[in-house]
Write a new protein. Structure first.
Length: 326
């Protein structure tokens, strides 16, 4: 943002004990009366367990990182203004909020001394924008000038995807990152039999979560939520730590290698590019690789469990897969 006026960093909130923050502490949960604004729309909350997967998605669409403290009411107007601005851009950019008290390792990795701090994230590269509370003029500049410039920079770098929509922010804070409205509502109440798997996923143990969801499905093969969460966990266990550039370069260099195509389809799915993932694998088989139909079929069946059953892309992809198999 070299051509933008330099931001005044404001007063640092660094210190072992922030007395002013204690004076402004709010007990209400996000979305409740008097509490912080809830996530939802194109706004997600990211933790240490989901941070790496979030970074991976910045190779598909740009992300605005807000490091904040969701119990500090001084930060609520800024968080609300950024959310409104991002949601108005209809998926051109996503706002990822990180609680630095609950996720200190992220703040340390980004060398953040206090909240709030703002970064742009494009292709896995963080670019610092702001440290400290912005003035009204600075916040207006961020909304009206900086956000569009981040999107333009992303497009120049080939990052042109659309962020997934997570449903409208609800009054009870039920919105969940990376899901649509129905998925967010389901995520608000975890069935007792899902507790182990859910906790493993929250901790970032995606392989363990997939195995635990598998055990749930052994008891109830018709548990659609468990099937969906298992598919997501398998996806992240395989590819959450993959280098997006390396994966895409490998797929481009080896167009006849099924494993390379499966790997890049995973990257598409993690980034919310569901149609691209479906088309990549189906086009691969249609281009003369029917000998590889079985690994493609298995991977697509996993993918098919992730979108809502009413998603029009599912019906078309299932039909095309059936045509290619026979």
């Amino acid at each position: 943002m070299a051509d933008q006026p330099k931001f005044n960093p404001g007063v640092s909130l660094a210190g072992a004990v922030d007395l002013e923050a204690l004076a402004h502490q709010v007990k209400a949960e996000p979305g409740q009366a008097g509490g912080a604004p809830a996530a939802g729309g194109y706004v997600i909350d990211t933790t240490e367990g989901t941070f790496q997967a979030m970074v991976q998605t910045s190779a598909t669409f740009p992300i605005l990182l807000l490091l904040w403290i969701p119990t500090d009411d001084r930060l609520f107007p800024m968080a609300r203004a950024l959310a409104d601005a991002v949601n108005a851009m209809n998926g051109q950019i996503q706002l990822s909020r990180i609680d630095i008290n609950e996720n200190p390792s992220i703040a340390q990795a980004l060398q953040v001394q206090g909240a709030p701090a703002l970064f742009a994230l494009i292709g896995g590269r963080p670019m610092p924008l702001l440290q400290g509370l912005p003035s009204d003029d600075e916040l207006t500049q961020i909304k009206e000038q900086v956000l569009p410039k981040i999107v333009a920079m992303a497009q120049q770098a080939g990052v042109t995807g659309t962020a997934p929509y997570s449903g409208d922010p609800s009054s009870d804070g039920a919105g969940a990152a990376g899901t649509d409205g129905a998925g967010a509502a389901a995520a608000a109440v975890v069935p007792p039999e899902h507790q182990e798997a859910h906790q493993l996923a929250q901790a970032g143990d995606y392989a363990g979560a997939a195995a635990a969801y598998g055990r749930v499905l052994e008891s109830d093969p018709n548990d659609a939520l468990a099937a969906r969460e298992r598919a997501k966990a398998l996806l992240l266990a395989r590819s959450a730590d993959a280098d997006v550039r390396e994966v895409r370069a490998a797929a481009a260099a080896a167009p006849d290698d099924v494993e390379a195509q499966l790997a890049v389809a995973d990257i598409d799915m993690i980034g919310g590019q569901i149609q691209d993932a479906f088309d990549r694998l189906l086009d691969f088989v249609a281009a003369g690789h029917k000998a590889d139909i079985e690994p493609v079929r298995k991977r697509l069946l996993e993918y098919f469990a992730i979108p809502e059953p009413t998603d029009a892309r599912l019906k078309a992809a299932r039909r095309r897969l059936a045509t290619l198999m026979y």
